[in-house]
Design a protein around this ligand. Structure first.
Ligand code: SIN
Ligand code: CO
Length: 383
């Protein structure tokens, strides 16, 4: 539905030259861009309890931020205000289509689609993000400035929930028009102010840091009763000072910890769950009358299978099987189901007949039955 052109670059060239390296202005990235959502619909989402939203105003240089859900939009004034709604892809299937052109970047790196609506002068101020983002201009125009990372730039709290950065030199300074796109790598300062009422779509990515990985891995060890090898010292000898923790003891503790992460199988199973966890609520519709795996082939025959918005899925190759992960749950499958597994991970919509022969594999049929019963994948049943 949305056909992305990254200037004259191929996806491979974009990754090599720009991804995580430098910002890029993509003029007319989506030709004849049509907004997949109306501002009123966005406001409707911002009224929901389960949906994360914010409103930021900057009247007379005073920045204020408010958290949703909102009962009314009196704060969204004719100028200097912005409404931001997170993870719209979980709730709005048409808007979710905007993630698809960016799936040349792996599923597990994609985070969510955030949409903002700004009135003239409105923005969130100069700031840094820790993650890559593509910002697509929808209706209206917005003036954007983007700089290169600069370790000397100081961040400060404009108010208790709005972190900004001091003024920076821009290498992109441009008024974006509908269909234009900015790619901004992590740490590049940027600011955008609406010139006219403007919709902006941010395709955001995720990249946990070392402490995120380690703390989540520790939780996985606890939950799965792993990591129980205890420190031991059968070779303990007398030492000069009982007050010293010796280098070889430190090394032994390091090795104990390293051994826990050396096991590729454990790491892959943990990553399957961790990296497929959504950060936001899901809008799933479980089947009213669950089907059994015996009924699945008949239920799916000649239908189109759709993946629900916000479902996070990817597969890994283990030693003796495939591991398919879907929203914090993993399934072991034989290697001969790979082509069917790829439909589930790589496509958001496909003909069920493409995978029907894999239903002969019991593990595959049981896995898909569960995912369909729970609403992760669905067919549009006739009324
Ligand atoms: C916005 O759309 O106002 C914010 C996008 C961003 O700068 O991250
Ligand atoms: Co930003």
């Amino acid at each position: 539905m949305f056909d992305l052109k990254i200037n004259a670059l191929t996806h491979a060239e974009f990754l090599k030259e720009y991804w995580q390296k430098k910002p890029l202005l993509i003029k007319g990235g989506f030709a004849d861009f049509e907004d997949p959502i109306e501002p009123e619909e966005l406001a409707g989402l911002a009224m929901e309890d389960d949906i994360e939203s914010r409103l930021i105003t900057n009247h007379d240089n005073k920045w204020e931020s408010y958290h949703g859900p909102f009962e009314d939009f009196s704060l969204l004034t004719e100028t200097n205000s912005t409404l931001l709604v997170q993870a719209v892809d979980h709730w709005h299937p048409v808007a979710a289509e905007l993630l698809e052109p960016f799936r040349f970047i792996p599923n597990w790196r994609i985070d969510d689609l955030m949409i903002s609506y700004s009135t003239p002068g409105g923005g969130v101020g100069p700031h840094l993000d820790q993650y890559d983002v593509f910002i697509i201009q929808g209706e209206g125009k917005r003036h954007w400035r983007v700089g290169m990372p600069d370790a000397n730039l100081k961040e400060f709290a404009q108010n208790k929930s709005l972190l900004q950065v001091e003024q920076f030199n821009a290498i992109i300074d441009e008024v974006l028009e509908p269909g234009d796109i900015l790619y901004i790598p992590p740490g590049c300062p940027h600011e955008g102010y609406a010139v006219e009422n403007a919709l902006n779509y941010s395709v955001g990515f995720r990249a946990p840091d070392t402490k995120d990985f380690l703390s989540n891995f520790a939780d996985y060890l606890i939950d799965n009763e792993l990591g129980k090898t205890r420190y031991s010292d059968k070779t303990l000898t007398l030492r000069e000072s009982s007050g010293e923790l010796k280098n070889d003891e430190v090394e032994q503790i390091q090795n104990l910890m390293l051994n826990a992460i050396q096991d590729k199988d454990v790491i892959k199973r943990w990553l399957g769950n961790y990296l497929s966890q959504p950060k936001h609520d899901m809008d799933l519709l479980p089947l009213d009358e669950p089907i059994s795996s015996d009924e699945l082939a008949n239920y799916l025959s000649s239908q189109v299978i759709n993946r629900a918005g916000g479902v996070r899925t990817f597969f890994q190759n283990l030693e003796d099987c495939l591991l398919l992960s879907v929203n914090n749950e993993s399934f072991q499958l034989p290697f001969n189901t790979l082509s069917a597994v790829k439909f589930l991970t790589d496509k958001t919509s496909f003909d069920a007949d493409e995978i029907i022969s894999s239903l002969e594999c019991l593990e595959f049929a049981e896995m898909l039955t569960k995912l369909i019963n729970e609403g992760f994948y669905y067919i549009l049943e006739e009324e």
